[in-house]
Design a protein around this ligand. Structure first.
Ligand code: HEC
Ligand code: HEC
Ligand code: HEC
Ligand code: HEC
Ligand code: HEC
Length: 454
């Protein structure tokens, strides 16, 4: 022990009394302290992984290299004759050892206070919607913009995309690191697949705020559009929300489905566990994964929904944000925004002109009559386009379907179809009335709506 102290520990202590070694020591200590802070911080964003798994190790090893460099330089300075005059023992009275201890104390204090505060702030910043949405602008831009205008704008990206607990956090960091690599090497998918990685359960997300047993009863669902002559056509349903929710998530019911793809667009089997009995529906296809059905299998676009061009135009015409009475407006608007533009910049230059060009060609008299309205509508259509279409991400109208319905994509009919059967030939209901009462479809002056006070 004595020989070891004299030959190894003493020279190291004695010879680290120089700035190069001190900086090295400081880097080594700081990276260890930061590592511990980062690991302790729960539900961090994936990009912290870069800091922890890439930057900190680099600093750590750089520090490790600086320490011996400083030692060897000092050794040359202090003992040009290769004969170093070391004290006998480690003595607190030795000013070199004192300086080292003071340095270590200051560095440790600094690390704990500054490092701790910095990491705390970084972790919190990285959990904000702002960070997730803007750090890699082109890639997350579409979801970020759509999220801002949605019902859940106050719910942070990480609340739905990063679960709670250390396991989820480490997984998120590894994911984030891999995503950053794909981004830097320009290899990420276009558009980003949904979900981007494993879906969280609604128990971890939605059900922090929503009660799955809340009975919504029946609810009027309506939508309108305008025909070429500017007449309003109404569709109205009485949606049996309470029954729909109860059938899939009511007490004692558990539905587990088997899907043929990660996007869960095609189902190959459904298992219902209810009242101690199990029933399996199947079409004999091969499953890629299995999941217990919850809110996210119907409300799959709660935060960042993208629309089809038709829905977007109809919604805005109904709200009066786009003109209702100009002849052929719906057709002209859809023609202008559905065209494939090479980039958002080109679309910005051409969409307003496309709308006017349609009228010049097909209805010049309407164009003369409504010129100012059409110019305003051109700008509005461009805004709609920019919320939904990102050629750089190969993201266009209706790329991300909503599962809560059956008109734009199979939605409910992924399961409620002739295709999936039990052994005895039973299928899930396809009776319109078990989900909604149809009050009218694309009708003028819908009487049922008038009765309801619409
Ligand atoms: C209320 C929950 C929720 C919030 C908040 C949320 N997401 Fe999502 N996100 C989802 C769900 C659910 C999916 C899977 C969608 C599907 O399967 O169709 C998803 C999918 C995605 C995808 C894959 C592509 C796509 O659009 O389907 C990206 C990228 C994404 N989210 C980014 C974000 C970003 C960035 C934010 C914050 C600005 C955010 N999300 C906020 C629930 C959420
Ligand atoms: C942080 C709390 C919170 C979380 C988490 C949350 N919601 Fe909500 N949700 C709300 C609030 C508040 C409203 C009412 C917003 C309003 O009326 O403007 C709402 C409204 C809704 C609506 C009706 C409005 C609409 O967009 O159609 C649905 C459906 C909904 N949430 C589903 C979900 C689903 C599915 C999830 C999980 C992915 C979820 N929510 C997660 C708080 C939350
Ligand atoms: C089987 C599909 C399905 C599942 C699962 C499901 N919902 Fe719904 N939900 C619907 C439909 C359909 C509607 C009515 C249509 C609409 O409002 O657009 C609806 C309506 C709602 C509304 C709006 C009610 C209103 O009065 O505006 C909320 C909030 C909601 N669901 C939350 C949830 C939550 C939270 C979960 C999970 C605990 C969930 N839903 C699970 C299909 C589903
Ligand atoms: C993953 C498969 C799956 C999807 C997707 C699905 N369902 Fe179902 N649904 C079922 C199963 C399974 C049952 C039967 C449960 C049982 O046997 O009690 C069911 C039952 C129902 C019932 C009760 C029928 C009755 O006679 O009482 C309604 C209503 C319903 N679903 C509506 C919907 C709606 C609306 C959607 C789309 C928004 C939807 N379902 C999507 C699997 C699904
Ligand atoms: C399994 C449940 C279910 C069944 C069965 C079902 N629907 Fe629907 N239907 C829905 C839901 C959910 C929506 C859309 C709600 C939304 O978009 O929020 C919808 C929407 C519609 C719409 C509005 C279309 C639009 O513009 O979005 C019409 C029309 C409609 N259904 C007609 C029918 C008819 C007719 C039948 C019978 C042949 C039928 N549905 C069977 C659940 C069902």
């Amino acid at each position: 022990m004595g020989a070891f102290t004299r030959r190894w520990v003493l020279p190291v202590l004695y010879l680290t009394d120089n700035w190069i070694s001190r900086i090295g020591l400081w880097l080594v200590m700081s990276s260890i302290v930061l590592w511990i802070f980062l690991t302790g911080a729960s539900e961090a964003s994936g990009y912290l992984g870069i800091l922890q798994f890439v930057a900190l190790p680099v600093l750590f090893f750089a520090g490790l290299i600086l320490v011996p460099i400083g030692i060897s330089l000092q050794r040359r300075r202090e003992a040009p004759d290769h004969h170093l005059h070391l004290p006998e023992r480690i003595e607190l009275a030795n000013p070199k050892i004192q300086r080292l201890l003071i340095f270590l104390a200051i560095a440790t204090g600094f690390n704990l206070v500054v490092g701790g505060a910095l990491t705390y702030r970084t972790v919190h910043y990285m959990e904000t919607t702002n960070f997730c949405g803007t750090a890699c602008h082109q890639v997350m831009g579409p979801e970020y913009a759509a999220h801002l205008g949605g019902a859940h704008a106050q719910v942070r990206c990480v609340d739905c995309h990063v679960g709670t607990g250390t396991g989820a956090m480490i997984q998120a960091k590894l994911n984030g690191t891999r995503q950053l690599y794909l981004l830097l090497t320009n290899q990420h998918s276009r558009p980003i697949p949904s979900p981007p990685h494993a879906l969280k359960t609604s128990a971890e997300t939605c059900e922090n705020c929503h009660n799955r047993n809340h009975d919504f009863g029946e609810k009027l669902w309506r939508q309108s559009k305008f025909d070429d002559a500017g007449e309003r056509l109404d569709t109205a349903l009485m949606m049996k929300v309470g029954r729909i929710h109860g059938a899939h998530m009511g007490g004692g019911t558990r539905i587990v489905y088997q899907a043929a793809d990660q996007q869960r667009k095609t189902m190959v089997g459904v298992r219902v566990e209810k009242g101690g009995q199990t029933e399996q529906y199947s079409n004999g296809g091969t499953a890629v994964f299995e999941r217990e059905m919850d809110c996210l299998d119907c409300h799959n676009r709660p935060a960042h929904a993208f629309e089809t061009a038709e829905r977007a135009v109809d919604r805005q015409m109904t709200a009066g944000a786009l003109p209702q009475k100009i002849p052929q407006f719906r057709k002209a608007a859809l023609a202008a925004i559905s065209k494939a533009y090479p980039s958002r910049e080109v679309a910005a230059q051409q969409i307003p002109g496309e709308l006017l060009a349609y009228y010049k060609k097909n209805a010049p008299e309407a164009m003369v009559l409504h010129k100012a309205d059409l110019e305003r509508a051109g700008a509005q259509l461009l805004a709609l386009y920019q919320l939904n279409v990102y050629p750089e991400m190969k993201l266009t109208w209706g790329n991300y379907p909503l599962h809560k319905g059956h008109t734009d994509s199979p939605g409910c009919f992924r399961c409620h179809s002739e295709d999936l059967k039990t052994k005895s030939g039973k299928t899930m209901t396809q009776d319109c009335e078990s989900c909604h009462k149809v009050l009218g479809v694309e009708e003028k002056n819908l009487a049922a709506l008038k009765e309801l006070g619409g």
